[in-house]
Design a protein around this ligand. Structure first.
Ligand code: PAD
Ligand code: ZN
Length: 360
């Protein structure tokens, strides 16, 4: 079958090959025919070494498809089910799962680096984060596939698998944005506009989008930003909207120390700053010791939108059905797997919100 392979960390292109195979479907696993996969910045971050990945690897972690084979012992899924791929499955039994932070479940993390489901020339090959949705088929633990209703189009469903869950979850689960509050969002890609949508759904009164690309700012408004500015114009807008005090909630959705600091600085005393972007391990952020005490800001990260997938994927779809979460509008470009490298170029050039690769 066809799949897009990263041979070495640091490679600037994926190789699309048509001779990739998978292992047999093992116990507790399913085979999924991928129908659609979103292209997330984290795929690019796996290529450039920001996010660890065992190579060679099939990239892609935001997908949806149909279950075409079920391994022994699988109880929750059947052939023909439509599913969203989850890149961080939750076991439901560990300390984190039972204590209300299932997003932190590490039960299966090791599998992503030890249990290779793809094969290249007879040798094992990994899938990004245990997934690998830039492939016509993949093998997944049953905990990593969440069944959805069959009327949900696959392209729309694929977005739930990463960007939309992460962004909406950052606003609703991590920050707990309050009705009437003020919000600033740095970075308006697929994840950033999902934060904007989450803040709108939560009832924020003011949502300021920050990006340096004009078209991104227009899109941000389409998804609910009340104001959209270039980074250099934020100070004026902060002064005008908050009297200089800062915003109740600040979101960093880029993945760089500079924007983390900028989001923190734009947050009011006592407010909450959420780091959504994934930055490099060696990219250090520094804060004044006195500032941390004196300004009493809540600074936190969010992993996968602090999700509980079996609660949140259905909720996101309910919001979409109710016309409150725009998923179709986020897909600004559709392409085939052969054009995956072109998708990275468009993303880097700021020409798209989300691109979805579809398979026939
Ligand atoms: P994207 O590349 O589509 O969007 C990033 C946006 O940031 C673009 O619109 C850029 O123009 C903009 N940008 C870049 N620099 C700046 C700056 N200095 N100031 C303002 N805007 C800027 O990426 P994406 O939306 O797919 O992903 C965004 C981040 O979220 C990325 O770091 C990704 O790895 C991370 C992510 N985190 C999780 C998680 O679990 N926390 C999950 C998925 C993605
Ligand atoms: Zn992602």
């Amino acid at each position: 079958m066809k799949a897009a392979v990263l041979h070495n960390v640091g490679d600037e292109r994926l190789e699309v090959r048509d001779d990739i195979t998978t292992t047999p479907v093992g116990a507790g696993k399913v085979r999924i025919r991928i129908k659609a996969t979103g292209v997330c910045h984290s795929d690019l971050s796996a290529m450039n070494g920001t996010i660890p990945v065992a190579v060679p690897a099939v990239l892609g972690h935001e997908g949806a498809g149909e279950v075409i084979e079920v391994g022994p012992g699988v109880t929750s899924l059947a052939e023909g089910d439509h599913v969203v791929v989850c890149w961080s499955p939750q076991c439901g039994a560990c300390h984190d799962c039972v204590n209300g932070q299932p997003q932190l479940c590490m039960a299966y993390m090791i599998n992503a680096f030890s249990d290779a489901h793809f094969q290249l020339g007879g040798n094992p090959m990994f899938g990004m984060a245990g997934a690998g949705t830039f492939a016509e088929e993949l093998i997944l633990l049953e905990q990593g596939a969440v069944r959805i209703d069959k009327d949900v189009p696959y392209d729309v469903a694929s977005l739930l698998g990463c960007g939309v869950m992460t962004g909406v979850g950052a606003a609703i689960n991590a920050a707990r944005v309050e009705p009437g509050s003020s919000v600033v969002v740095f970075g308006c890609g697929g994840v950033g506009v999902s934060v904007i949508q989450g803040a709108r759904i939560a009832g924020a009164a003011t949502i300021v989008a920050v990006d340096m690309v004009d078209r991104k700012l227009e899109w941000a408004k389409q998804f609910g930003a009340t104001h959209a500015v270039k980074p250099e114009d934020l100070a004026g807008v902060k002064q005008e909207l908050t009297g200089g005090a800062g915003f109740d909630f600040g979101f960093e959705v880029v993945g760089r120390s500079e924007t983390i600091k900028a989001a923190y600085d734009a947050t009011r005393r006592g407010g909450t700053t959420v780091v959504v972007g994934v930055g490099r391990a060696e990219d250090m952020v520094s804060f004044s010791a006195f500032d941390l005490f004196y300004n009493e800001k809540n600074l936190r990260g969010t992993y996968y939108g602090s999700d509980n997938i079996r609660r949140d994927f259905p909720r996101l779809l309910d919001l979409w059905r109710g016309g409150r979460l725009d998923l179709e509008g986020m897909i600004t470009r559709r392409l085939g797997l052969d054009d995956v490298n072109d998708a990275f170029a468009s993303m880097a050039a700021g020409e798209v919100v989300r691109q979805v690769i579809t398979f026939d």
